[in-house]
Design a protein around this ligand. Structure first.
Ligand SMILES: [Zn+2]
Length: 266
């Protein structure tokens, strides 16, 4: 796969187009919140890795956890392939993500292998703890990744990162906190031109479309993707948009590299 090839060839985080890691809790979370932006970055020649913490093993009422996990890994891989991106599953389990030292090591190792310059991940506050704890683990891994003496205790460990990557949070579900209050994004990317690619990627998650159809009677995943992207787009006067906040606290890089890369005025 193109992304995987690029990872083997490049160990530098300073040469050529920036390397991107989009990591969220479950298969289709990345697609829903930032696939349009990833498609822009892919067009610019960025090597992209899409990672999910779990293989979505609770997302079915008809298959066993292992069966649906296998199906969903395949769907996520097919979706990533549309961008020429690599797909990685960290093999946590749905509703079971915890912040402990074993989890820290696994997530840090994922970052050290992907060697990203820019990381997109789950927001700190969202509707479920899998999302929130993913956010915590990824934020910590951006820091620990560059600490030379931090051991991930993983098989065949990758070398430490050269520095802390630029870290961004995607939207929470419906852009609200746990009390239902709107969370103001830092900036919104116009994804009108790449929206078709985003929908194609979402469509790869066929098992979820079936599951939601069964649970709710309609194909909600595609309609929700359309509705939410349109709502964010409207805020900046375009058809479709995706919103982000940047983690700018000490000692994370605070210049907006993602916006600069997308040629945005923020
Ligand atoms: Zn999720």
């Amino acid at each position: 796969m193109a992304g995987g090839e690029a990872i083997k060839k490049s160990t530098s985080s300073t040469e050529g187009s920036p390397r991107i890691l989009a990591i969220h809790a479950h298969p289709d979370d990345v697609e829903f919140q930032c696939a349009g932006t990833l498609a822009h970055l892919a067009k610019q020649g960025c090597a992209i890795t899409i990672a999910t913490m779990t293989p979505g093993d609770c997302g079915s009422a008809e298959y066993s956890a292992e069966e649906i996990a296998e199906i969903r890994r395949g769907e996520a891989r097919a979706s990533a392939a549309i961008l020429g991106a690599e797909y990685v599953c960290l093999e946590f389990r749905d509703l079971s993500i915890t912040v402990d030292n074993v989890s820290r090591g696994k997530v840090c190792e994922c970052l050290r292998r992907a060697r990203p310059d820019i990381v997109l991940t789950a927001p700190p506050v969202d509707y479920m703890t899998d999302h929130e704890l993913t956010s915590v683990l990824v934020r910590e891994a951006c820091f620990s990744g560059s600490v030379p003496n931090y051991s991930t205790r993983q098989w065949s460990p990758a070398p430490p990162l050269r520095g802390i990557p630029h870290l961004y949070y995607v939207d929470s579900i419906e852009g609200v906190d746990t009390f239902g209050r709107p969370v103001k994004p830092d900036f919104i990317v116009d994804v009108t031109a790449t929206f078709e690619t985003k929908q194609k990627m979402l469509a790869c998650h066929e098992s979820q479309r079936n599951w939601l159809r069964k649970q709710h009677g309609i194909d909600e995943s595609m309609a929700n993707g359309e509705r939410w992207s349109a709502a964010r787009g409207k805020e900046i006067g375009v058809k479709y948009g995706e919103a982000f906040r940047q983690h700018t606290g000490h000692p994370y890089p605070a210049d907006n590299r993602l916006a600069a890369l997308l040629d945005m005025k923020t």
